[in-house]
Design a protein around this ligand. Sequence first.
Ligand code: SF4
Ligand code: SF4
Length: 400
Amino acid sequence: MSTHHPTPDACIACTTCVVNCPVARATPNYLGPRLIGPAYERFRLLGLDEEKSLHYCSNCKNCDISCPHGVPVSTFNMMARADYCRTHKPTLRDWVLGHGELLAKLLRPLPAGLKNFGMLNPLTRKVLDKIGIAADAPLPAFAPARFRDRLAGTYQGMQPRKIALFPGCFIDIYDPQTGFDLVWLLNRAGYEVIIPREFSCCGLPMIANGFANDAKANAKRNLRAMQRMQEQGIPVISSCPSCVLMLNQDVPEFFPDLAQTCTPHVLDAQAFLLDCVERGELSLEPQSDFAERVVYHAPCHLRAQGGGLPGYELLRQLPNIHVENADAGCCGISGSYGFKKEKYAIGMEVGAPLFDRVRRSGAGLSSSECGTCRLQLTHGTRKPSVHPVSLLRRTLEKTA
Ligand code: SF4
Ligand code: SF4
């Protein structure tokens, strides 16, 4: 991690971030962003021991979004956690949650049924609970094969243009269908989708669980591929807002030495699709009789980028979809935070207003770009939750 720590001096102690921190609202175990971020940072600079409530920060970034003085509160917290983990060995649980991609690689020889039986059956859930993963947490199931391997064997037609996709672990390991829905749309707009072989986990789960060195190694690989794409003039997109945020904003902030060789520039896939519509490459004219009422949830990591809500905009342009923006804050999962035994109840409490909003809306389903938000939404509302690109495909694909 960088030694160029940002300075806490811009904080004027206005407490706007405290009011907007969903975790501080939900639990007294967390002393809040102002104290644990910029205020405690001054003590850290003096070499004082870490305040233990730091570990309750979920890295949802609502403090950064709301701070009128641009104080990078969540960056202080994540850097402090990385420093802490250098001298205090992280738990097995945090290693498992920080290294989903590596775990999937280690388990790859096993068939998905067996893997899922091994990971998700009640007995294993009891064992996982013992190492600190809540027995009730909505863990995702492994797909039979990785999305990128299946895509490599898929004919995409003769397309005039190429686009590189950063799939993100969620689509790659657990949810290939969403990846194929996006590929279907991009093919329709005239793009062949490639996935450079170096693309690995963006590193956000590693940072959030205290493994900064591993995140840096992944950032190096990802930047190498990104540089090659930039040299070839091939745009890079991702449909996961957390991956986009990590690659574009967090990587240069955490590892400025790496970002000197290549400035990461990943486009939001939904914004790219909107541009395709504007350029006349993609028509949003419905081709099926699919119609639905949907509540849209904007992931915190999308709002933190300040680039609007392109996925919601796409849904709003579909005449067959009646979509409302939930505008109900954080869902509470924050990547792997809500899976943790001591944080599961906090995550459910944080997400309660959103679940209530979806339940009371009368909508058949919810929609969000973030994979773990969708898991949490399904868990909290008992209604399905899908990525906006899946609703787009269901609208634009002719039904037989
Ligand atoms: S990242 Fe989220 S949980 Fe952490 S201090 Fe900021 S608002 Fe609170
Ligand atoms: S970090 Fe920003 S929002 Fe929070 S107290 Fe300081 S100035 Fe206010």
